[in-house]
Each structure stands twice: as C-alpha cells, then as structure tokens.
Design a protein around this ligand. Structure first.
Ligand code: ZN
Length: 240
C-alpha cells in the first residue's frame, strides 16, 4: 500500500492540494495532526481530508480549536489563530476534529502528533528525545509531526542515527526501529518554504520525502483579509 503521510497542514488548502498532487498515486492518506490553526481555510482543509478518506490523529491546535485543550500554553499569535478558527469553523468540521484520537496504529506504525510519550506537546527534535521515546510505542516504527521539520531517527545498536531528509531523500525500512517526521504541509520551518510530504510504501518499506512549491501568496492574501496575525502570513514566504 502506498501511503501519503502528511502533518501540520494548518488550514493551508493550496499547500495540501499541491502535496496530494505531488504524492499521487497513493492508496491511503495518514495525517499526523495540526490540521487547523494558523491558516485561513480550516473547513476547506477538513473537507478535502474527508474527501480523500484521510485517517490519523489530532494535534494541539486541533484540540484547542474544539475546546479540548486550554490555550494558555500557546504563544499570542497561535492563540489568536486558534480563537479565530474556533469561532469560524462549521459544526461538522468541529465534530470531525473532535472525533480524532490522540494516537492510533496502522500496520507496523504508531501515529502521534508530538511524541509517543507526550502526543500533544513534546517536540521530537533530538536523538536523546528520540531514544527516550523508544519505549513509549509498541509497533516497530512511529510517525510524528509537530516540529514542522522533516527528520528521521533510526535505532543503530545502542545509538540513534539522525537523518535530515530533503526533497527526494529515501530511506529503506528494516528491522531497526525508526521515528519519522514528514515535515509540515502548511507551515514549513526549516528555511525552505516549499510544502512537505512523505510517501510510504508499506510493502517494500521504502520511504521518500518530497518538497513542492505552492502559491503561498494566495494563502497570505486570505490571511490578511481574515485579519490573522501578520507574522503568521509573512513566515510562509520564508519557510520559517
Ligand atoms: Zn503544528
């Protein structure tokens, strides 16, 4: 089965459509949370995910937008965007977001937003944190998002190897356990404004990261029109 793995879409419909097109053909879509928040099209993004039959988990922004998580820990811009989202989304969108689990498993993969030991908040950015999480999932591999940075951590004997994938990077899965992050669809934060996606072939075990340009000016114009914080729209052109 060819799986399109997506994370941190953040209500950015042009980026989502560009990534889906870049990863096609696929048999399934798995998403790792933060579907909404920051961006201007939460209803449209959820509708598209339902259309392609996406399964997956909720992130901290999704939980906050439907009242499942307090917003005190969010920075000011993030809180403003969450409140804007909560006030605007249709009931159907909110119900769908509310139905997402914090963690799920599919084949040999555990899916979470942050990390397996703290699915909502922990940022999995270092080998030390990756190692500390190996005992927190029972499947062979784990898929995470939340950091908005494409990354892979692979268990190597007593060590953890860190890989920083770019467009076209590939990894062949074997018995060694890995934690994989596809990067962010809707708000990349590694200095490259192109949207991120990952293709996972569950039969061959081949993983491939892809980057794709999308018309972020359209998203920025919608964000300005919606009165969302300027810093949030500006960062889309920087990939930061
Ligand atoms: Zn996010």
């Amino acid at each position: 089965m060819r799986v399109a793995v997506l994370s941190d879409i953040h209500a950015n419909l042009p980026a989502l459509d560009a990534v889906l097109e870049a990863l096609a053909p696929y048999d399934a879509v798995w998403q790792l949370g933060d579907i909404v928040g920051y961006g201007p099209q939460p209803d449209e993004v959820v509708a598209r995910l339902r259309e392609v039959g996406a399964s997956g988990v909720r992130g901290n922004h999704d939980a906050a937008a439907v009242g499942q998580l307090a917003t005190e820990a969010f920075n000011e811009d993030a809180r403003t965007a969450v409140e804007w989202t909560a006030a605007r989304i249709q009931r159907e969108t909110a119900e769908w977001l509310r139905s997402l689990p914090e963690r799920t498993t599919s084949e040999v993969f555990t899916l979470v937003h942050g990390s397996p030991r703290d699915p909502i908040w922990e940022y999995l950015l270092s080998a030390a944190v990756a190692r500390a999480n190996l005992g927190a999932f029972q499947t062979t591999h784990c898929l995470v998002g939340h950091t908005h940075v494409p990354l892979a951590f692979r268990e190597e004997d007593d060590d953890i190897e860190t890989l920083a994938p770019s467009h076209g990077s590939r990894l062949e899965l074997d018995a060694r356990r890995v934690l994989l992050n596809p990067g962010s669809v809707g708000q990349p934060r590694d200095g490259d404004p192109r949207a991120c996606g990952m293709l996972l072939d569950t039969e061959s075990g081949l993983v491939e990261w892809r980057r794709v340009a999308y018309p972020f000016e359209q998203v920025q114009a919608l964000m300005v029109a919606a009165g969302l914080p300027k810093r949030l729209s500006e960062r889309l052109s920087l990939g930061w």
